[in-house]
Design a protein around this ligand. Structure first.
Ligand code: KG4
Ligand code: ZN
Length: 339
């Protein structure tokens, strides 16, 4: 079976074709980074308009890359939420309408389910159950994954998401949008130990996160002494270390509480090299293993949506004719693919 996946929840138009026997046949991505750069963040209306321009041309390119026609496609999966409502509506309308026109089933995919299943596109895939740490621009979630669609949210951010904190701190350091990867690059030049920021919510029990205070601590330090390049790099490193350390402490706690031995790390921030290294060490020390998607599938992409959609297709879970876009959509309201 073959499925077309459409991702338009934020500032990337991602289209992919996935075959359950042959794997990924094509993967097209258009990033709107340049479009939003002047504004220092995603402008929802511009994002929606750009998805309108890019989605259908990318679908045509993806079909050509996979050397197939609409007749070879068995279903269409699209991100229905969570995300920016206008952006979601573009992918949802196009996906649902194409499915109707082609006479194929349509599948509404949860964006975070896409992220947490992204490591399944790799050769080294985790078995169920596993612990998933989802760290993106919009979400920070710790999830116990018993099977596809069987998700128990153990903890989440009570304020800024990890990626959002990276982006806001990067902005304070004068770095362009999207700041996360740029801050990580700057941190490579930093001297460890010159600044130390708090590890929020690690002293009290629980698996929730809070990153907005950390951003404020960085803001105060930047305002006080962040004028020269070296100091900025030192602050970037201290900030990154604090985020990673906080995440590692919470992962360790969650692994202990659940007894799980496998950790999946996904979402945009999982592209962070230091985070990967620290979590790989944590898992090795515990006799477990950490799993990540390849770098290009850490951030938003169509491949993860096609893969997640395929699992629902196999379980016979399709959408009715109504077009679904859910800007808010709790992950643990999804249903299992098991009968
Ligand atoms: O998953 P994603 O592409 O979009 C959302 O669904 O939010 O995640 C984007 C987020 C941004 O906040 C970006 O700055 C962050 O992931 N990010 C990083 C790195 N690469 C992307 N943050 C830290 N280090 C990185 N290397
Ligand atoms: Zn995402």
């Amino acid at each position: 079976m073959r499925i077309l996946g459409i991702e338009t929840s934020c500032d990337e138009t991602g289209i992919a074709i996935y075959d359950d026997q042959l794997g990924l046949l094509s993967h097209q991505l258009y990033s709107q980074v340049a479009l939003h750069a002047d504004y220092g963040g995603v402008v929802p209306e511009l994002a929606s308009r750009d998805h309108v321009r890019k989605t259908i041309p990318l679908i045509i390119e993806a079909l050509a890359e996979a050397k197939c026609t609409k007749d070879d496609i068995d279903a269409i999966a699209f991100t229905a939420g969570p995300g920016l409502v206008g952006a979601l509506l573009v992918g949802s309308c196009i996906g649902r309408s194409l499915a109707f026109a082609w006479g194929k089933p349509a599948i509404a995919v949860h964006h975070m389910e896409g992220h947490l299943l992204a490591p399944m596109l790799e050769d080294n895939k985790p078995d169920f159950p596993f612990l998933a740490l989802l760290v993106s621009g919009g979400h920070t979630l710790m999830v116990q994954v018993d099977n596809i669609g069987e998700y128990h949210v153990l903890g989440e951010s009570i304020d800024d998401a990890a990626g959002e904190a990276f982006d806001k701190t990067a902005k304070l350091l004068g770095l362009d949008y999207p700041g996360g990867p740029r801050l990580a690059k700057l941190a490579e030049q930093g001297v460890a130990g010159r600044f130390v920021f708090p590890r929020p919510m690690t002293k009290k029990p629980g698996l929730d996160f809070s990153f907005s205070g950390l951003k404020t601590a960085a803001a105060i330090t930047i305002a006080r002494e962040g004028n020269d390049k070296q100091t900025q790099a030192d602050i970037a490193l201290a900030f990154q270390d604090a985020v990673i350390d906080t995440i590692a402490i919470k992962c360790k706690r969650a692994l202990k509480e659940t007894g799980l031995k496998r950790l999946v790390v996904a979402g945009g921030v999982s592209a962070n090299k230091s985070l990967r290294e620290q979590l790989a060490i944590l898992m090795k020390n515990r006799g477990g293993e950490a799993f990540y998607p390849r770098n290009e599938f850490c951030t938003d992409n169509g491949a993860m949506i096609a893969y997640a959609g395929m699992q629902r297709l196999k379980a016979g879970q399709f959408e009715p004719l109504a077009i679904k876009a859910k800007p808010r959509w709790p992950l643990d309201t999804l249903i299992s693919v098991s009968p």
